[in-house]
Design a protein around this ligand. Sequence first.
Ligand code: SAM
Length: 279
Amino acid sequence: MAVETSSADRERPPGGEGHYGERIFRPGDSGEADRIDHGALAYDAITLARLRRLGAGPGWRCLDVGAGTGSVARALLRDAGVAEVVAVDRDTRFLAEDPPEGLTPLEADVLADGFDPGRFDLVHARFVLMHLPDPARMTARLAGLLAPGGVLVVGDAVDLTTGAAPDGPVTAAVRAMWRGLRDTIGTNVSWVPDCPRLLTEAGLESVAAEIHVPPLEAGSPISRFWADTWERSRDAMTATGLVDDEGLDEALRSLGAAEFAGFSPGMLTAWGRAPAPAN
Ligand SMILES: C[S@@+](CC[C@H](N)C(=O)[O-])C[C@H]1O[C@@H](n2cnc3c(N)ncnc32)[C@H](O)[C@@H]1O
């Protein structure tokens, strides 16, 4: 896959006028929380290990942006022992279910002009910026919510293999998924490898990044996540002309087969720290 990183490409792509959660991935659709949780199960251990290595622990005030079902927010409180997590989402129905002490659900659109929930030691956004227009502007906005010395951690999908993979049902499905999501809700992952530079341009220091690609084992959380995502995106995927219903069904069967040996798209996590005042 060619990685496009022109500034024009970082804007909302043409055709992507809809928003996440409207035509696709509606929180009220049956099973949507389970779909998010399958993705979370595939990545939470990696995310939490990174957040803890960056210092998340007792006393920290944290903001989880686009918090979904709140798996990261809850783990920050339970396992890392942070003081507080403000979990913001356009739709907080999953966060409001039995929130532990220290978890504050906040229903808000992070694109809104007045969005300003305070200053935090940690601002985290996973699989959110890829669905929003203008990631450079969003990165700068999130960096502006850091307390001095605070850390911004951004995780988004990175697809290292589909562009070069041999043609086959799963390859066709992944290509159709990226195109279909881009056409309907504006999802764009082409800028993700450029994320560390966006953090640097946002004024952050000690910027670094890592990539994790979970194995596509039959029945694994990531396989179930993709199967579920493709079923929900079926119309958008077939509308691209890159895959038809039959081809998609074949891709779903391949994904569930024990002998399937392809690669999943992965997650690029990038982080950087707000300058701390000199002592
Ligand atoms: C793919 S889910 C990721 C959930 C969670 N961060 C995780 O990794 O498990 C994207 C989340 O971002 C939220 N979201 C999308 N656009 C948003 C916006 N403009 N403002 C606030 N939340 C938004 C969605 O409602 C959804 O819960």
